[in-house]
Design a protein around this ligand. Structure first.
Ligand code: ADP
Length: 495
């Protein structure tokens, strides 16, 4: 694709398979790729963490980029490569004192945020504005910058500071309102931001400064990752203090459901599985259940329902609700396999439950992509009792693998799972089990409802097949993003 004056710079703090801590990495891989299929020149910018440079071959595009002059920071440089399995160009911002540290991109081994996160992600935001405005060697002059989450939230403001002589439009995508990048205002001079921006009409947030608020305030448009979450964040329960701003900007706020990568998440071709299956022949699913039980040390019984959960262990995901009813779920005759990492109290509680019922509860602490695939293939039921869920990916992976989801009606879970009711069974639209309140009893009743229908094999199979044949590809969402970019820029954009 030729460089042109109509591309989109997609700036993000993580991209699968270079670096991933959650769903943002998956979106940052697949959305740009789907947009390129539509003919749009989308390129990604992310920080040059060590993992990023270890994976691909990189070519230096530009060095001596001065980000902030008032702080002892070496000049940054920009490298370019292409995302594996696709053609999306990706720029890595190399600034070793900020990004050359192993481990999690956002925090140290003890879970403490890196103390210089404001400078690190201020630098990413500034580099995005500079790259979009003009870095000749890239031969890239985008009309639009698509920012993702707080780590990129200052980009629209930085763009206003740079007089590039042309209008560059900005979209701020929210993947999770709970993370806002809030820092003390003494970082403002270091980041060379104008003090006027430190106001209620700007980036000020209860006396501190918020990267996310800056993005929401200064971007031309705001988007989030499901229609229901776009409504929810305008309310006190989901807006984390920014509901007023979001409500005020509701005419510039949309919600587009994420898709999933159906090449990676496909039970008939999944490279992590020894045995494949599809909607026409589900027999291989049972073999995967056996393999999963062997792998996790659970006793195998084809008739016994196997419930699963793959998740960050955090308050958001409602794991405490699940923990409080796990003994009753086991007493119902079910088994549970859980893969996750996060809050140490939740980790300890889960480990202690697994010690009490070693044949029926398995807990694997850590991040394990191959095991995640085997769980999706081998489990019967997938649990997502989230307090809030901007979009969620695992419920869609689960449906595709014939693993019936049990979810709370919130955010993208509400938008993607159709509850089993007499009507939805009749018209064959039922794909899972949905409960309403943030309440352990309701979760238990919902699981009991699923366990009852699990015994009714024809009905169960109908629910599995309805899920497996849903269209979760990125094409629909990519079309929506393209239409939004076109509306904002008033340009066709595609070549
Ligand atoms: P979030 O981004 O809030 O963590 P999502 O459901 O949107 O939740 O995306 C989570 C992604 O991370 C999914 O691809 C899921 O399979 C993956 N994941 C989460 N925890 C683990 C884990 N411990 N091991 C492997 N994959 C995980």
């Amino acid at each position: 694709m030729q460089s042109n004056q109509s591309g989109v710079l997609f700036v993000t703090s993580e991209v699968y398979p270079l670096i991933k801590t959650g769903g943002l990495a998956d979106v940052s891989n697949t959305l740009p790729s789907a947009l390129r299929q539509l003919g749009l020149d989308v390129r990604i910018l992310l920080p040059g963490y060590p993992d990023v440079f270890e994976i691909l071959d990189w070519r230096l595009v530009e060095n001596n980029i001065r980000l902030f002059s008032g702080v002892a920071l070496e000049p940054a440089s920009l490298y370019v490569s292409k995302i594996p399995n696709g053609e999306t160009p990706v720029y890595a911002l190399n600034c070793p004192s900020l990004f050359q540290r192993h481990g999690n991109p956002y925090h140290d081994e003890l879970g403490q945020p890196w103390p210089d996160n404001a400078l690190r992600f201020g630098a990413l935001s500034k580099a995005a504005a500079l790259l979009a405005s003009h870095i000749e060697a890239t031969q890239f002059t985008p009309m639009m910058v698509h920012c993702n989450d707080w780590q990129t939230g200052l980009t629209p403001l930085f763009l206003q500071q740079i007089h590039s002589g042309r209008r560059i439009y900005t979209l701020m995508s929210i993947h999770n309102m709970a993370h806002q990048g809030v820092f003390t205002p003494d970082i403002i001079p270091t980041l060379e931001l104008p003090w006027e921006s430190f106001s209620v009409h700007g980036l000020e947030y209860y006396g501190a400064m918020s990267f996310l608020k800056a993005g929401l305030y200064y971007a031309d448009w705001i988007n989030t990752v499901s229609p229901t979450y776009a409504e929810e964040i305008q309310t006190e329960s989901f807006g984390f203090g920014l509901q007023g701003l979001l409500y005020g900007r509701r005419r510039n706020l949309t919600g587009f459901m994420n898709g999933i990568d159906t090449n990676i998440w496909n039970p008939s071709t999944d490279i992590e599985l020894d045995i494949h299956y599809n909607a026409k022949d589900l027999s291989g699913k049972l073999d995967n259940k056996k393999a999963l039980c062997e792998r996790t040390g659970l006793s195998f019984n084809a008739e016994r329902p196997l419930l699963a959960c793959i998740t960050r262990l955090s308050h958001q995901k409602g794991i405490d609700l699940l923990i409080s009813i796990m003994p009753e779920v086991v007493q119902e005759g079910a088994q549970l396999v859980i893969l996750g990492s996060g809050e140490s109290l939740l980790e300890q509680q889960l480990e202690s439950l697994a010690q009490t019922w070693p044949e029926n509860i398995s807990i694997t602490l850590g991040y394990d992509e191959p095991l995640a695939h085997l769980i999706e293939a081998g489990a019967d039921i997938f649990l997502m009792p989230s307090r809030f869920e901007p979009c969620g990916l695992n419920q869609m992976y689960s449906m595709r693998y014939g693993t019936v989801p049990v979810v709370r009606r919130t955010g993208g879970l509400a938008d993607s799972v159709c509850d089993v009711t007499p009507t939805s069974l009749d018209n064959k639209t039922a794909t899972g089990f949905v409960f309403e309140q943030e309440d352990a009893r309701q979760l238990l009743q919902c699981i009991q409802r699923a366990l009852l229908i699990f015994r009714d094999k024809p009905t169960w199979q109908q629910i599995q097949l309805s899920g497996m044949t849903q269209d979760f590809t990125w094409e629909n969402s990519a079309q929506q993003y393209l239409a939004l970019y076109q509306q904002l820029t008033g340009s066709q954009l595609v070549v």
